[in-house]
Unconditional design. Sequence first.
Length: 414
Amino acid sequence: MAQAAPNAAAAEGGDWKARLNLPPKDTRIRTEDVTATKGHDFEDYFLKRELLMGIYEKGFEKPSPIQEESIPIALTGRDILARAKNGTGKTAAFSIPVLEKIDTTKAEIQAMLLVPTRELALQTAQVCRELGKHTNVEVMVTTGGTSLKDDIMRLYQTIHVVVATPGRILDLSNKGVCKLHSCRILVMDEADKLLSPEFQPLIEQLISFLPEDRQIMLFSATFPVTVKQFKEKFLRKPYIINLMDELTLKGVTQYYAFVEERQKVHCLNTLFSKLRINQSIIFCNSVNRVELLAKKITELGYSCFYIHAKMLQSHRNRVFHDFRNGLCRNLVSSDLFTRGIDIQSVNVVINFDFPKNSETYLHRVGRSGRFGHLGLAVNLITYDDRINLYKIEQELGTEIKPIPPHIEEKLYCM
């Protein structure tokens, strides 16, 4: 379909959808996390035709529960505090109303989307560009680890939506280069992480650059006490959305294997030979262990990338891009990769090192079973991990079962 088509399609009436370059319909089974909807259509929200075209061309057929709850409220301009599971469509839940509210006749930043990691910033900006491909909304991504000069030059051009990590955007704002006086929408994705002691002072400084009549929307899977304090200080009668009756994803089957530390690599090798892995993410608790394990996996003859926070940003970007495009089956990662990263073909997560808390466990496991699909989480548990395992099961209200000799493919493969 030619790029000139949007307005033509809009003018030609009811069969405009038939002329879109739509991806094939996804017929895979999905869990209630994304199917238990009220039956709304995207057209119900009176969105611009050009935006609807981007939504359908991205392959979205109907809004998921978090999208149904968020989009109409966000369009009214009300503050939102939304809690929903990883992999249920949160990014589109805030991107769609943001794109709808942008006035492209004004050459100014009108929305800021804050995220805690560079990879998530790139991914969120990409979703915004794809959804808004017919709308003329200009999206910029700015994060640490990239050229400050390039960002400054880009800000002299028209930008409507900026997707950023807090440190870099605050630096640009303090320099007077990034002007936020007309930025009336602030979205914080993975809000619990953004309100940790590491980020919260930066967030509060950033808010001081925004106009008084601003809209703030917080999205996360977990909301600790810090979020409550922030809500009371900065949000005005927020609309509360909570789709978290249970914490772990319905489609993720969870097992543990009780092993000694020295048996872990052998156990991993056995899992690789027995499981039907589309793509897997293997988590370690330290940067050094990430690199050592990736080397071991390669020596065993399996394709493997690794990623952690101490790598050069350009290298991180390349690994993220290539893994996402399916160039490698396995990725060894530190907890850098637990936040919001959406790679639909990941069907197996392995905790080579068991996490210390339930929040980290929840985010790691949420890398599989994306958008209602099935997934598998296997935890390698040592004697020292046994108390943590029990504690995480209790806190999340979930059951992590002993691994059986044979795992049925129907549990984690479509």
